[in-house]
Design a protein. Sequence first.
Length: 408
Amino acid sequence: MQKLDYKEIEQKFDPITKRISMTHIVVFFILLINILFFTQNTISMVIQSLLAFFIFLHHIDDKKLKSAILILLRQAYESQSYEHTLTESNNNAIIAIDKTRKILTYNKRAEDIFGYTKEEMLGEDKLHLLMPTGYFKKHDKASAEFFKTKISKGILNNTHELFAMRKNGETFPIRISFGVNDTKDVVIANISDITHEQEAKNEQLRLIHEIENTQTEIITTLGNSVESRDVSTKMHVDRVALYSERLALLSGIDHEDAQKLKLASPLHDIGKITIPDIILNKPAALSDEEYQKMQNHTTAGYEILKNSKRELLKLASIIAYQHHEKWDGTGYPQGLKGEEIDIVGRITAIADVFDALSTKRVYKEAWPKEKVYKVMEEGRGTSFDPRLLDIFLKHFDEFMEIRNSLQS
């Protein structure tokens, strides 16, 4: 924007106004002399007097007009200067287009963001240079429709996140909002480059993902470390995790919650770290006293995990506490019945028992498929949730395939 120089404007006005003023004065005095010395007719004298008077008034009005024009020019300059300051000092790119889609405004920040200079962009229909082809086609269609109908269709008064293109061909993410002037024949775009913001978000997501992976790995490692004390249950926690996830999905639990169950279930036997090896690895039936101590692993596991504020560990505490509860209320440690048992406890109970029956343990060989099916079926409504067990048995072969793929 070119800065107005008021002294220069006044200097340009002066020769014109002086010539007009001299003309007024000359004509005024000619009329006055003519009235005083040469005109004898009364009517003519009146007419000439009126003309002289109007010329005098016109002379005064011309001075006022000059002053008014200068005031208006100053106001226009101040308004332009204010808008120019707002536009040029803005941290965002400001780009305005008219109904022919020629660029009317293109500020310094736009030059920085897109790489094109004002000289390259102003007065030209070059928006296609600032957008990837797909986005430009959508914009071109939307802007043509807006200028035709003056209807926004959700474009105005909303913020949009999409991609733009720099002069070097690089695409980058932007946040953009649109406004219009009073007559809706100029659209103004306010654009911020959110490349660094997006990079920060991506880094944050990467860190969250890394934390989740670390947490998962720690849980699995802890679960495996417990099971490693029991020589007969190698890979038990991995299988129970996969059984639990699959049964959860088959029963209608959404993918996210099924995934959480898969990640938390390896800690179902974490309480076994409190059980002496002589009991844990006894190759014969446990005595009543030993069995009582073995049962305590559910409460011990819950006590270890219950105070965590982490979602997965909270879930794991429920699983550790309830995976030996039974549908008919005869399980332990709380004697919960039916749906008093959390669904994750009911699912893990089926997964845990199935794996115990179908794999070799220190005190038994792996049972045949048919016998495992029969014993699981007999637990319907007593040990296991009937609905979940029916789903499990319907897909029994799938669970056998998981077991076979992760044999010790």
